[in-house]
Write a protein that binds this ligand. Structure first.
Ligand code: ACO
Length: 335
């Protein structure tokens, strides 16, 4: 049996502590003017002691489940896309399960770098579409400040911490198209070395040497990533909507992974769509990796800006070099 997969709850958790661009100007050789002009970021939130990936996830999940009127004990699947899991193992999803009491749920984490959230959304959607599970939590949760090098101005100013979640429910197929409709996923593994974290995996297990060599931090060739991101994001958006015979101008909301406002604006210009349909909140959060897209969805949902029937495209690009997009038709919350 084939089901419709509908977003019935959204939630987010953003730590209270804020680092502004001026704060960074006291740490590295940078300025509010440079960061604002080159990235669009004004401030980012960073965790305090105790605000772990699973804690942030729990807070976001409680809001989403409340919105959906769902009990944690009903949850059947928890997927946590993340590049900064709480531990190497167990899965952060299992830690979240224990925190919320989702005793029935299957749990695992996923990593496709900045594209992780959409990859995980695709996997969870497929479980629901075929009827293996009735519902799923997809929780983007990243503590990017745990892998940011605060001595490297090229990268440290870009990242922030947050968690955000979508609660998906499988519902009987409707005559009218609704819910999550299509995905486009991809990767170019020939360019893995322009954006990566060298150490901490099995190739370079953590040692005092890997720490001294700064191998546990984000390494990025920014301008090269930038160019590829713009080209690829435009293409993946076109590809995913073409699967449902939709044109760019028919789309109501373009929700991009928030890595740099200039990347998002360049993509918008290449797609030749109005800027008002492209949501940008990077000025408040920086790049929160797996949390960034559900953070956009939860904000828009809370503000009542997502209307039933709205056509929405999610799209992302990141290390791998991975990319992903999703086309969905928004359905409002149940009355
Ligand atoms: N403050 C001041 N100057 C800076 C800073 C800073 N924070 N950072 C870099 N600069 C300097 C550079 O050193 C360079 O100086 P130089 O010309 O004397 O060498 C100059 O600014 C220009 O640097 P560029 O790298 O050319 O600047 P650019 O306009 O490309 O912006 C940025 C850099 C913001 C990193 C941009 O390239 C970018 O956003 N790239 C893509 C990021 C992205 O998409 N990442 C993917 C997700 S991350 C993930 O997957 C985990």
């Amino acid at each position: 049996m084939d089901y419709d997969v509908i977003i019935r709850g959204t939630g987010r958790y953003v730590p209270e502590r804020v680092l502004t661009n001026d704060d960074f100007a006291r740490i590295v050789d940078t300025s509010d003017e440079w960061i604002t002009a080159r990235t669009g970021i004004k401030e980012r939130h960073i965790v305090a002691p105790g605000e772990t990936a699973s804690y942030m996830s729990e807070m976001a999940v409680r809001k989403a489940l409340e919105m959906a009127g769902a009990d944690p004990a009903e949850v059947e699947l928890i997927v946590v896309p993340t590049v900064t899991p709480e531990h190497v193992y167990p899965a952060t999803a299992s830690v979240v399960q224990g925190r919320i009491g989702a005793t029935k749920a299957a749990c695992f984490d996923m990593n496709a770098a900045c594209s992780s959230f959409i990859y995980a959304l695709n996997v969870a959607t497929n479980f629901l579409r075929v009827g293996q599970y009735k519902n799923a939590l997809v929780i983007g949760s990243d503590i990017m400040t745990s892998i940011a090098n605060y001595l490297d101005r090229n990268t440290c100013v870009l990242f922030g911490d947050a968690a955000a979640v979508l609660y998906l429910v499988a519902e009987p197929r409707s005559e009218t198209p609704r819910g999550i409709r299509a995905f486009d996923l991809g990767s170019d593994g020939t360019a893995v070395d322009i954006l990566y974290q060298y150490a901490g995996g099995s190739a370079a297990p953590p040692t005092p040497r890997t720490a001294l060599d700064e191998g546990h931090f984000v390494y990025m060739e920014g301008p090269e990533v930038f160019k590829r991101a713009v080209r690829t994001m435009e293409q993946t958006v076109r590809d995913v909507i073409a699967k449902e015979n939709v044109e760019p101008l028919e789309v109501d909301w373009f929700l991009a992974h928030q890595a740099n406002s200039r990347i998002i604006q360049s993509t918008q210009k290449r797609l030749q769509v109005p800027a008002e349909r492209v949501y940008i909140n990077i000025q408040r959060y920086g790049n929160t990796t797996s949390a960034s897209i559900p953070l956009c969805i939860d904000e828009l949902n809370e503000e009542g800006k997502l209307k039933s029937g709205n056509k929405v495209v999610l799209f992302a690009f990141g290390a791998g070099l991975s990319w992903a997009s999703c086309y969905l038709i928004w359905e409002g919350q149940r009355e």
